[in-house]
Design a protein around this ligand. Structure first.
Ligand code: HEC
Ligand code: HEC
Length: 475
């Protein structure tokens, strides 16, 4: 076999490894191949995969998928690549089903099953298959990776105790946080990098944040010694060239054309600058931010499916209604630290006519268009399930106690007021990558909708929930 042919075969195996599982789903297996055959020498411009809701496509906006990109290469000593945890078929993250499949196929020896951050505890016993099943239970059940972070020096809080179901032991100055890998696609819309924004440095710009993040990922996840700067930049250029969205919905058919603007091609044309739809005039001066401040929030964030409002298809109408609900359905947003939940917050008092788009405000992408870490209560003690640790945090100034499954941004800034804050991720390609929220606590998009309906007393009717679900699945 020529080097080129071997390279492509290996790459095809890597990509199709994720898709093979999905072939068991309801969508015909024929959609599993990329838009050009992987056997051809020209690198493909798009990768297409089936999922439970329909079909997902990633467009590569640069010169074609270069499978020699270091993103797909082992960077360190533990056999891992970036694609170990960022898989094209799962919208460039991982899902429990695919991870379980890898476990069964490899007897729990695939490189994702490493104790540096794949297992519940660092010192896990992985000597037998049964032990491995236990050691990697959070990864298998929820697709969670362990992130160990130290309480920052000078923090105004300390970890007073932890109720740890795995009894990992270790010092209370370090916390093990179990988080979902964020997708490494649609990155041109980011206003902060990582769930807690820890790779984002004020004034540096997202491009350089991503270079720093790549170095950290290579060292922490893949056990690399310091990779070459040129490799880091190649990885970032690759990631920033990826655009991913659903292209076909099982109920409504093609999401492109006939009045709709779904799919990655339209998304690739979507302009963005940081602060483009900034609800509270926070415009930061950082590379990549808009030249002029936005003039208040435009709540019509998603403008993809308006043309289907009067379509002959009931399924298409449902998606169109769901988009309107996301943009305009009013509810009260109150007590959200980072927005209006504390004395330092930009707003005092409730937002009486809030919408999903107050927070999910980047046009047609749905993340925060300006960095805005928020505590919507995902890590609150009340939502804790027995498989997650519960940390007791003590304010060293006031003595106040707070229990959380993950202190969130506070582990970056050391500030009590940042406890439980996370960023709102890009809301595209959702259907391919359940479960949701930083801790994978929402098993489905229906669970996400239930969370919001309860948390913000939205009062959605059964039909509104169904419409919103149809819309979110079509993104
Ligand atoms: C062991 C699994 C694993 C591997 C391997 C891995 N990542 Fe990640 N990645 C994660 C997790 C988990 C997060 C979220 C962590 C957090 O926010 O605290 C993440 C987050 C990211 C993000 C942030 C995206 C955003 O929206 O903020 C980028 C970019 C990223 N990874 C790129 C990479 C690159 C590049 C590599 C290879 C050098 C890599 N990752 C290897 C698990 C992994
Ligand atoms: C007050 C701000 C706010 C409002 C209002 C809001 N969200 Fe969110 N959303 C967030 C934040 C912050 C996260 C990430 C939370 C976490 O994981 O800890 C999030 C996460 C999500 C996710 C999961 C994304 C992923 O990749 O895991 C979905 C889906 C979502 N929101 C949909 C909605 C819908 C639908 C509405 C309206 C009913 C809504 N949101 C209203 C702030 C908000």
């Amino acid at each position: 076999m020529t080097r080129q042919a071997r390279r492509i075969t290996i790459a095809a195996r890597r990509f199709l490894g994720g898709a093979a599982l999905l072939g068991a789903g309801a969508v015909a297996a024929s959609v599993l191949v990329s838009s050009r055959s992987v056997a051809e020498d020209t690198p493909p411009k798009a990768l297409t995969f089936a999922n439970a809701a329909g079909v997902l496509r990633t467009l590569y906006t640069r010169d074609g998928f270069d499978r020699d990109n270091p993103f797909f290469q082992e960077l360190g000593s533990n056999g891992r690549t970036c694609a170990t945890c960022h898989r094209p078929a799962q919208a460039w993250t991982i899902t429990p089903a695919e991870v379980q499949n890898r476990f069964e196929r490899t007897g729990g020896r695939d490189p994702i099953f490493r104790t540096n951050d794949g297992s519940n505890c660092a010192a896990a016993d992985i000597s037998t298959m049964q032990k491995r099943r236990e050691a990697f239970s959070l990864l298998l059940a929820r697709g969670l990776i362990r992130i160990a972070l130290d309480v920052p020096a000078g923090a105004d809080f300390e970890v007073a105790g932890v109720d740890d179901p795995y009894r990992c032991g270790g010092s209370l100055t370090t916390a093990s946080l179990y988080r979902r890998p964020l997708p490494t696609t649609n990155l041109t819309f980011l206003s902060a990098v990582m769930w807690d924004g820890r790779a984002t440095v004020a004034g540096r710009g997202i491009q350089e944040d991503l270079v720093a993040q790549t170095l950290d990922a290579a060292v922490r996840h893949a056990g690399a010694t310091v990779p070459r700067e040129s490799e880091l930049r190649e990885i970032v250029a690759f990631e920033r060239g990826l655009v991913t969205a659903q292209v076909l919905d099982r109920a409504a058919g093609s999401l492109i054309g006939a009045g709709a603007r779904g799919g990655p091609s339209a998304l690739a044309m979507q302009p963005f600058c940081i602060g483009v739809n900034d609800p509270i005039g926070m415009l930061p001066s950082t590379p990549g931010s808009c030249a002029a401040p936005a003039t208040g929030l435009d709540p019509a964030v998603f403008t993809l499916f308006g043309g289907w409002a009067t379509d002959w298809s009931a399924e298409r109408q449902a998606i169109a209604r769901g988009e309107i609900i996301f943009n305009t359905r009013r509810f009260v947003i109150d007590n959200v630290p980072g927005l209006n939940g504390g004395p330092q917050d930009p707003l005092s008092g409730p937002i009486s006519s809030g919408t999903c788009t107050v927070c999910h405000n980047t046009p047609n992408a749905g993340n925060h268009s300006v960095s805005m870490p928020l505590n919507i209560g995902i890590a609150a003690a009340a939502r804790r399930t027995p498989d997650l640790p519960l940390y007791t945090l003590r304010n060293t100034i006031t003595g106040e106690l707070l229990q959380m499954t993950d202190p969130g941004r506070a582990m970056v800034t050391g500030r009590w007021s940042d406890i439980g804050k996370f960023k709102g991720p890009v809301l595209r390609a959702l259907a391919a990558r359940a479960p949701y929220f930083h801790d994978g606590s929402a098993r489905s998009l229906a669970d996400v909708i239930e969370f919001y309906d309860t948390r913000f007393h939205v009062g959605l009717t059964g039909r509104e929930k169904a419409d919103l679900l149809a819309f979110l699945q079509a993104l």
